[in-house]
Design a binder for this molecule. Structure first.
Ligand code: DGJ
Length: 537
């Protein structure tokens, strides 16, 4: 080799090495500190202000409407399905063209992607399996109900199904590693709302034999049994160890074990953060699994999922349940030191936007309402804007300060209050100060409309003992001196309205007079960012 050629070769190795190191260093990943989590994207905390496309919208003919919705909503991340039936039309023959299109178009629109692997399970059914699997029911079976009846849900006990899913998912992740050096894709959902509707488990002879056998050692550790509220025992059958919950727990273990192996095979190729989403059960009444999807990561089977599927980084709630108390309970249950809080789906209704604030305040990593595009229904631009408005307005304000919010959230500097169904005011303790927030759109001295939707919300970031960033809508805030300030006279030193630009707060006006007298500033329907400084006299 000539000297110049050798230098060029060495340089190219160096560049490739640097690129590789760069790609590795910037790999999206989740970190934890004091029970709060951050999703690192490009090495820094990132908050998913997401939107999920409809199930059949990840096709070139539909994508223009999806991007329109993403833009109108000011989302920074699109959650979008990738379909096993499209990706592997014949066994072992892969077609990644839709993934390529998603990558190219999302980069053009400057948004990240969360890919949803619609594969063995989609809402408990096998409907996204390729045709060659659907037409070979003997090899890729569904489960049987308690009376032997067919149930529209794939069997987690079929090794052939699991190997096929592993093979396809590993191929997808291998392809992504090559095609997405820029990390446009920041997370992957493995399957979609897995479990079974209409049967608590598989009662086929194959499954029954396993059910009558011994509970696996992983579930017999005292910590797991205690977390499941079961007596600590050293062994036994599913029925003897888990009693009336045995059917559900058996199915949860079987489904989680299957998906854990699919995820592990994918991560071996390319270790993006991975999660599984849950069709929720009522979190307040501890119902039996014949009233909800059995075997999915519902709150009661967390210990089983964590033991069975360690490759899964988080279990995520799809929020469609009605009622404030119920939703807050769900948020409580899915926010755990061992489980980053992420809401990958929520009904796209005004009353749900406030929970984004709650998720941020708890150190969660993101939120995403479902069904943002018009799904081919010919919605006008005005209709689309109106439908997306509850989230679009929030995202419009939060997106420019997303990195700051993600950092503050991870550091535990944010507190939030959201309006309950009773519209009652709430207090926030801030050391030397206490904030008191009342909700509603009432004018000064006016009364609240008792029938108004409870959509008010406020979050407050403590920058130093006397200085706060306050973001809210449809509420009113005032402060009381507390701690060593208690009993002192106080006043607003400065209240500025503005927005964050490149990490710096840019005030557009100072609020004073009518805008801050009467206790403090009032937030209207449009979310607003204030920087508030308080002083005692
Ligand atoms: C929850 C599922 O996960 C989504 O894919 C979609 O089917 C919605 N339900 C529809 O409301």
């Amino acid at each position: 080799m000539k000297k110049t050629a050798a230098i060029c070769f060495a340089l190219s190795l160096l560049t490739a090495g640097t690129l590789f190191a760069q790609a590795n260093r910037d790999m999206p990943r989740i970190i934890e500190k004091d029970g709060r989590h951050a999703l690192l994207v490009d090495g820094k905390p990132f908050l998913i202000l997401g939107g999920q496309a409809h199930n059949s919208s990840a096709w070139p003919a539909m994508l223009p409407k999806v991007w329109l919705a993403v833009e109108k909503m000011h989302a920074n991340t699109l959650e979008v399905p990738i379909y096993w039936e499209q990706i592997e039309p014949q066994p072992g023959r892969f077609d990644f063209s839709l993934i390529d299109i998603l990558l190219t178009q999302s980069r053009k629109h400057k948004v990240h992607l969360v890919l949803l692997w619609f594969a063995t399970w989609k809402n408990g059914s096998n409907h996204y399996m390729p045709e060659w699997m659907k037409t070979d029911a003997a090899k890729y079976p569904n489960i049987n109900g308690i009376k032997g009846q067919p149930v529209d849900s794939p069997s987690p006990h079929s090794d052939a199904t699991m190997q096929a899913d592993i093979h396809a998912f590993a191929a997808v992740m291998r392809y992504l590693k090559k095609a997405d050096m820029r990390h446009t894709v920041i997370m992957v959902q493995v399957e979609n709302e897995p479990g079974a509707w209409g049967s608590m488990r598989d009662y086929s002879p194959v499954a029954q034999k396993l059910f009558d056998g011994a509970v696996p050692a992983e579930l017999l550790s005292p910590a797991v049994l205690k977390a499941l509220n079961r007596p600590v025992v050293s062994g036994g059958t599913w029925q003897s160890v888990f009693g009336e919950r045995a059917d559900e727990y058996f199915h949860a273990w079987s489904v989680a074990r299957f998906i854990g192996q699919v995820a592990a095979a994918g991560k071996k190729e390319y270790p993006l953060p991975m999660y599984v989403n849950a069709a929720l059960r009522d979190p307040l009444t501890n119902p039996m699994a014949n009233s909800y999807e059995s075997g999915g990561p519902t709150d009661n089977v967390f210990p089983i999922w964590k033991a069975a599927a360690p490759a899964i980084d988080l279990l995520a709630p799809d929020i469609y349940l009605p009622g404030h108390e119920r939703v807050m309970k769900v948020i409580d249950l899915y926010h755990r030191p061992d489980n980053p809080l992420f809401v990958p789906e929520a009904a796209l209704i005004p009353v749900n936007a406030k929970y984004l604030f709650e998720v941020i305040a708890r150190g969660g990593i993101g939120f995403s309402p479902f069904g943002i595009d018009d799904n081919g229904h010919g919605e006008t631009a005005t209709e689309l804007t109106a439908r997306l408005a509850p989230f679009g307005q929030e995202y419009g304000v939060l997106a420019p300060m997303m990195r700051e919010l993600a950092e503050w959230s991870f550091e535990g500097k944010i507190k939030a209050v959201v309006e309950g169904d009773d519209h009652a005011g709430q207090k926030i303790e801030l050391g030397e100060w206490q904030a008191v927030v009342s909700f509603g759109a009432e004018k000064r001295g006016g009364k609240l409309d008792p029938n108004a939707e409870p959509v008010g919300k406020l979050m407050i970031v403590q920058l130093n003992p006397n200085k706060f960033v306050v973001i809210g809508s449809l509420c009113h805030i005032t402060f009381h001196p507390a701690g060593s300030n208690a009993g002192k006279t106080w006043q607003y030193l400065k209240v500025e309205e503005g927005r964050y630009v490149n990490g710096v707060f840019k005030p557009s006006r100072i609020l004073n007079g009518d805008e801050t007298d009467w206790g403090g500033p009032r937030f209207g329907a449009m979310p607003t960012v204030l920087q508030v400084t308080l002083t005692t006299r």
